[in-house]
Design a protein around this ligand. Structure first.
Ligand code: PLP
Length: 289
């Protein structure tokens, strides 16, 4: 772990070892907390507006008050990049309902805990861009409100561990015979006719910020997009498969449950979507001043 980071905790800038949260915090006791991850490239925030909007939506769904005005939250994101001299990586933000006596009912008086930290990471030079990743499929056993970005991540962690145990890099989650999404990314396929297929938004999946941008970019580039659910069998017959997330952009999937997708190598449409996403979002990214 990087022990030199400066983290933000409830109005204070602290050495990471000094940043402490109460054992009574409802994020700790009930997973009563939401989060966001924003990628940083060249010190710039990528797709920040989308992440800020989804954060507000998650908070609203849980009747959790945002402890800070939107412009101040943006300022804190910029400041944490500057304080940590972060060139490439991510900013993690978490808001929990805060400390209160343990009770299933939401407390009337708790004041939310706001934490931000950075993680340096080579997000552009991911070696899996060249090789693609292998995924397995597992039953989706998460709760039924996956559209809210909460810190209840134990089942996705278990699925990821099972994928690693089987020699894959990630798992695709399956419900009622259809792929919902990956453990921490949205799942997509490209049919042999060149159509991008992605599951429509609902309570079953997280409304990925990267997904939304990729769908818009695909449509603008003349790639037909079908928003519908697909089965693991259809995915195995597809010409390409890929996942999208804030720090992976578009990452190729070359094998599903041991079956090669397409020719078993990263596909051209995935590569094109990745390049379009990075070029377009970088040109829009706000500089840290
Ligand atoms: N789906 C799940 C379950 C996720 O955890 C994530 C990201 O963490 C995504 C999809 C991708 O969302 P985004 O593109 O906003 O990072």
């Amino acid at each position: 772990m990087n022990v030199n980071r400066i983290v933000y905790l409830d109005g204070a800038w602290l050495e990471e070892a000094e940043a402490k949260v109460s054992v009574f915090d409802r994020g700790f006791l009930f997973a009563d907390a939401v989060y966001e991850v924003t990628a940083v490239i060249g010190g710039k925030l990528i797709d920040y507006a989308g992440h800020a909007a989804r954060l507000q939506r998650s908070l609203d769904e849980l009747a959790l008050a945002c402890p800070m005005a939107p412009e101040d939250l943006l300022a804190i994101h910029r400041e944490i990049v500057a304080r940590n001299a972060l060139d490439e990586g991510l900013i993690y933000l978490q808001i929990s309902r805060g400390p209160a006596d343990r009770d299933f009912a939401f407390p009337g008086t708790a004041s939310p805990t706001l934490v931000l930290f950075t993680q340096a990471k080579a997000v552009l030079d991911n070696p899996y861009n060249q090789t693609g990743i292998k995924v397995i499929t597992v039953p989706d056993q998460r709760w039924a409100r996956r559209d809210i970005k909460t810190v209840q991540l134990l089942y996705p962690s278990m699925a990821k561990m099972e994928a690693l145990r089987q020699g894959a890099q990630d798992a695709w989650l399956v419900e009622d015979g259809f792929v919902t999404e990956a453990t921490s990314a949205n799942a997509h396929i490209v049919t042999v006719e060149g159509r991008l297929v992605t599951r429509p938004l609902s309570h079953a999946i997280l409304p990925g910020i990267t997904r939304a941008t990729i769908v818009a970019l695909a449509r603008a580039a003349g790639i037909p997009v079908e928003e519908r659910a697909f089965t693991p069998e259809e995915a195995k017959q597809a010409s390409e498969a890929f996942v999208t997330s804030a720090t992976n952009f578009a990452l190729p999937v070359v094998s599903i449950d041991g079956a090669e997708v397409g020719n078993g190598r990263p596909g051209p449409i995935t590569g094109r979507m990745r390049a379009l996403y990075i070029a377009e979002r970088l040109s829009l990214a706000e500089p840290v001043t």
